[in-house]
Design a protein around this ligand. Structure first.
Ligand code: AMP
Length: 262
């Protein structure tokens, strides 16, 4: 029973059909053409925590694909904004993109403005998986307030853990598909053909903020600003800590077991 409640039926390939994230990526009045189907049980409302590069994005992809939940990544919103013509980028967005290139955190005010512009995504019928937000205690407190105002509750906060040097190795070998955003690693998860995405044939690239000069800045930002969220959510009884050792599939199955064990 419990299993069905949290892990609704998938199709024959083990995946749910992919829904789009237009409302999240564009914000404002944009709507998704194919929103997630309502799950059989209660929709998951999850926050993913963990150092940059630990594999949150990959887990979010796997979990969302199989559970029908929507992947709400703040980093993806900034990366989408980067491709907008300059005249369509606000001054706050230009400043945010400059922070991002250097690996620094975007100011809380900008990030919270972005969330407030997308409040309807918190009511997504499939539930949601927040990835990369909140990243500071101020953001977490603001999220608490927003969720109370919106009348929605978090199901759990999944905190992925791995020694720092291993995280840095993961970050520097990471490659992303420019088209479908599938994530690879040049050593542990290489594509079948170098630089080409197995899933859609798109070309793979290294994110600007995965370059060595940005990685140190991002790790420091994580230690100083984001790590305190572990205590924040522990105190609220929402935290589930999960080892990020192993392959993405192994971590995914560990996540299922640990989240189901709650
Ligand atoms: P990510 O893909 O989550 O690693 O995010 C990429 C970059 O976007 C980060 O290094 C930050 O510059 C920026 N960013 C994303 N989410 C946030 C956030 N919640 N607070 C501050 N900056 C963020």
């Amino acid at each position: 029973m419990e299993r069905n409640r949290f892990f609704p039926k998938t199709d024959e390939s083990g995946s749910r059909p992919k829904h789009d994230r237009t409302a999240w990526l564009k914000g404002g009045t944009a709507v998704c053409e194919m929103p997630p189907r309502k799950p059989l049980g209660k929709a998951w409302r999850i926050v993913l925590l963990g150092a940059p590069g630990i594999g949150k994005g990959t887990q979010a992809e796997l979990l969302c694909e199989r559970l029908g939940t929507c992947h709400l990544s703040t980093g993806d919103v900034f990366r989408t904004a980067r491709f907008l013509p300059e005249r369509e980028q606000t001054a706050a967005m230009k400043a945010a993109l400059s922070c991002m290139r250097q690996g620094a955190l975007v100011p809380d005010k900008t990030v919270l403005g972005l969330i407030r512009d997308r409040l309807h995504c918190l009511h997504c019928s499939g539930g949601f998986m927040l990835d990369g937000f909140p990243r500071t205690v101020a953001q977490a407190k603001a999220l608490d307030k927003i969720m109370t105002e919106e009348g929605v509750e978090l199901t759990a906060v999944l905190n992925y853990e791995l020694p720092l040097e291993r995280v840095v190795a993961r970050l520097s070998g990471r490659r992303t598909c420019a088209n479908c955003k599938m994530v690879y690693h040049i050593v542990t998860l290489p594509p079948k053909v170098a630089e080409v995405c197995d899933r859609c044939g798109g070309s793979l690239f290294q994110r600007e903020d995965d370059r060595p000069e940005s990685v140190g800045v991002r790790m420091k930002a994580y230690e100083n600003n984001t790590r305190p969220l572990i205590d924040f959510y522990q105190q609220r009884g929402l935290l589930v800590s999960i080892s990020a050792e192993g392959t993405p599939e192994e971590i995914y199955h560990r996540t299922r077991l640990m989240a189901l064990g709650r």
